[in-house]
Write a protein that binds this ligand. Sequence first.
Ligand code: FES
Length: 130
Amino acid sequence: MSNTVELLKKLGYSEKAQEYFVEKKNLGKIENASVFSSYTGPCGDTMEIYLKIKDNIIKQAKFQTTGCAGALVSGSALCDMISGITISKAGKIKTEDIVKHLGDMPGVKVHCSELAKRTLRKVIEKYLKV
Ligand code: FES
């Protein structure tokens, strides 16, 4: 176990969250994305989410962030959660749903999951306006 993962464990990140941190799943850009946008949260960190959409279904989702470990695992988890579902269902995902999917997050890091949710909502809003 790396020192960082050990630290995450100590801070209260679940095993699943630790795995997301190590794998960095869904991290990156989608070339020719149907839509993408970024959002900067009150902590000053930014997330960017890219979606590939076909017939209102999210076929692929990726993200990038300048944020912390909490943002990294939240972005990874959220992209997993929305892959294969409709835009309208994805737009209803709440911060608590992301935390629940991750297993657990330190309370002080829940706002990082909020950053992921808000970014997704902004991307969806942009898509629906086009
Ligand atoms: Fe800014 Fe976690 S502190 S995203």
